[in-house]
Design a protein around this ligand. Structure first.
Ligand SMILES: [Zn+2]
Ligand SMILES: [Zn+2]
Length: 343
């Protein structure tokens, strides 16, 4: 039985190119109690490999989180296979709007402790006991209710460029940090208010909704499919759009414009701007907001120090980096003392 990739990414890219057939980029997740993630992992690998499915999938005791590239002609067969797995029957699939045949070049199904790295190690609550899922229309109605408290479950650099009108946007770097803050803020309203949450694609508030129910909140709702799905429904059903600005996304685009409003500022000169970039200095890579003029002036860097390093020959830069971690990539998303206009 073959349980691992035989082709390299390069060989795979050539095959896809040669086949010239459309592939679909799909994502889905589901919290569920998985008895033996290893068995599920192998079962998925064998079946999806046969369908020429590629992607990155995490399987754990708490469920599955999958980002996939599926040949369009195998989509129905893929869907049928999903439906043979009881907890994935009719699971909601997010299909990416942009066509990208090369979104994934390997099939990697990994067994992990968690399906998202949420840092939450509270085993005492049941992640499948979640809040009420609402679609865009019902979400809008809830937002009009004065008894609703709306909370953005994303991190500071995500809500900075776009969020729902009237939402509480915790100034946090991680999902885990926001939970006790929100709980404390809302502790007097566990029974009388609607606690409504949203995030990018729904996976974070799914767990948060279970957490807050466990903490005694009575009326817990979450936006099904997150901002991504909301924007689609608003368009398809001609609903009022209550999201202002850009939706931060975790691929090379970094953001999807939802409304024309620009609610953030260039972190270097302060003028209205909501374009995220990574500092061009390989040893820094800080994520921050930079306007075109500043990008030009600073040579795509976050600071004079980085600009100086970035101007050195590549091999000298490499020598300087030796043995050092690129810490900003992991720990300092959108935060640094060099950014004068970061709120
Ligand atoms: Zn600027
Ligand atoms: Zn930098």
């Amino acid at each position: 039985m073959q349980l691992y990739n035989k082709l390299s990414a390069k060989e795979r890219a050539e095959l896809i190119e040669k086949a010239g057939k459309d592939r679909m980029t799909i994502s889905f997740y589901k919290y569920a109690h998985i008895g033996n993630p290893e068995i599920l992992r192998n079962h998925l690998f064998i079946n999806w490999d046969q369908l020429d499915v590629l992607g990155r999938i995490y399987v754990s005791y708490e469920g599955i989180n999958a980002q996939l590239s599926v040949p369009a002609e195998n989509f129905n067969a893929f869907k049928e296979h999903l439906d043979t797995i009881s907890f994935l029957e009719n699971v909601r699939l997010n299909v990416a709007i942009e066509q990208d045949n090369m979104s994934f070049l390997k099939l990697k199904v990994k067994v992990r402790d968690k399906i998202v790295a949420d840092g939450l190690n509270d085993e005492s609550f049941d992640v499948t006991n979640k809040g009420v899922h609402v679609a865009a229309e019902q979400f809008n109605t809830l937002l009009d209710d004065e008894n609703t408290i709306l909370v953005d479950m994303r991190n500071h650099y995500e809500s900075e460029i776009g969020h729902f009108q009237g939402a509480i946007t915790p100034d946090v770097d991680t999902f885990r940090e926001s939970l006790p803050i929100i709980e404390d803020d809302l502790k007097d309203h566990k029974e009388d208010k609607n606690l409504v949450m949203y995030c990018t694609g729904g996976i974070r508030c799914e767990k948060a909704s279970a957490y807050f129910k466990h903490k005694g909140f009575k009326n817990v709702f979450q936006l099904e499919g997150g901002i991504i799905n909301y924007a689609r429904q608003v368009e398809e059903q001609n609903l009022e759009n209550k999201f202002i600005g850009k939706n931060f996304v975790f691929d090379h685009r970094r953001g999807e414009r939802i409304s024309e409003d620009i609610i953030a500022n260039c972190h270097q000169c302060g003028k209205p701007c909501d374009t995220h970039v990574n500092c061009a200095n390989e040893a820094c890579h800080l994520l921050f907001i930079q306007c075109e003029e500043c990008a030009e002036k600073m040579n795509d860097c976050c600071s004079d120090a980085c600009k100086e390093v970035h101007s050195l020959p590549a091999d000298v830069q490499k020598e300087l980096r030796k043995g050092k971690e690129v810490s900003n990539k992991i720990f300092k998303k959108g935060r640094s003392e060099v950014l004068k206009y970061k709120k």
